[in-house]
Design a protein around this ligand. Structure first.
Ligand code: SF4
Ligand code: SF4
Length: 279
């Protein structure tokens, strides 16, 4: 296994949306770093050996006004940048970010949250963003959607609409406190009909188990909390384990090698989809 190393950077904790199923709990009061802290953190991250991909998310990452600067700095250091946004900012703001990331932009992901926006408005904007990205052949575009219990039919309709428009649709099962939500018998039957063809974590995030398997978390993958704390992966942070230090305090260090997964359910799509978890 020699996959490209990846960081999931939750660069701000706050969000302008209030989705009821939010796993970040909107992280009220956890803003982005101030300029001085951001500079210290970027110094640490730009110096990571090799070419890393930084997946910038939040909360809502566009709440950090310097988000385009972050992309420019990371790409100038030889790294790549991806993004996960709720797509609520205006198209010109998105265009500025895309231009700042330039050839270093990889995956542009956006999440559809029907509690805060309509499917039609979101689809129109998503199609416009995909058009912007068409000038960047190394980038890709994905629409994420949390499939809530009792709303499987609606999610199936959304999948049809977005795929008909030529947009990749990535459904995720809802999680509560790190575990999949409780889907009843009828929901499970509907899930199978609507998404049964989406096999494995690359097709749909169902919360798989890799307990005991060798994983590159902490070594060639880690997550960054808005306060700058680094952990091997999201369950590690939840359990307060596999702490890697703080980028703003410049105490961060990577592990020397892979670990044996100690967690019953893996919500982290990156290690699973990038060949970082041994079969
Ligand atoms: S857009 Fe994302 S971060 Fe914001 S409230 Fe919704 S789920 Fe949470
Ligand atoms: S939970 Fe996922 S990312 Fe974390 S160690 Fe296990 S397999 Fe790796």
């Amino acid at each position: 296994m020699n996959p490209r190393p990846v960081v999931n950077w939750n660069i701000v904790g706050g969000c302008n949306y209030r989705c009821s199923y939010c796993v970040q709990k909107h992280a009220d009061g956890v803003g982005g770093p101030d300029d001085a802290a951001l500079e210290r953190g970027l110094d640490v991250l730009c110096a990571l050996p090799g070419v890393w991909e930084f997946k910038l998310s939040g909360g809502e990452p566009f709440l950090l006004k310097r988000l385009p600067d972050v992309a420019t700095r990371l790409v100038a250091a030889g790294h790549k940048v991806s993004l996960l946004t709720n797509l609520s900012v205006s198209l010109p703001v998105i265009e500025r970010f895309v231009a700042a990331a330039g050839d270093g932009l990889r995956t542009f992901s956006c999440s559809l949250h029907l509690e805060e926006t309509s499917a039609d408005a979101f689809l129109t904007k998503a199609a416009a963003v995909k058009q912007v990205l068409s000038a960047m052949p190394k980038s890709s575009f994905v629409v994420n959607h949390v499939v809530q219990p009792g709303r499987i039919g609606e999610a199936a309709e959304l999948r049809r609409a977005f795929e008909t428009a030529g947009l990749k649709f990535y459904p995720q099962l809802m999680r509560i406190n790190g575990s999949p939500a409780n889907y009843g018998l009828i929901d499970r039957w509907k899930l199978d009909r609507a998404f049964g063809d989406l096999v494995g974590p690359a097709g749909m995030n169902r919360g798989y188990s890799h307990l005991g398997k060798s994983c590159h978390a902490g070594y060639r993958y880690f997550i960054l909390h808005p306060k700058g704390d680094a952990y091997a992966c999201y369950p590690a942070k939840r359990h307060g384990e596999n702490y890697l230090g703080n980028i703003y305090a410049q105490t961060f260090r990577l592990n020397d090698g892979p670990l044996a997964c100690p967690y019953a359910v893996c919500p982290c799509t990156v290690p699973q989809n990038r060949g970082m978890v041994a079969d």
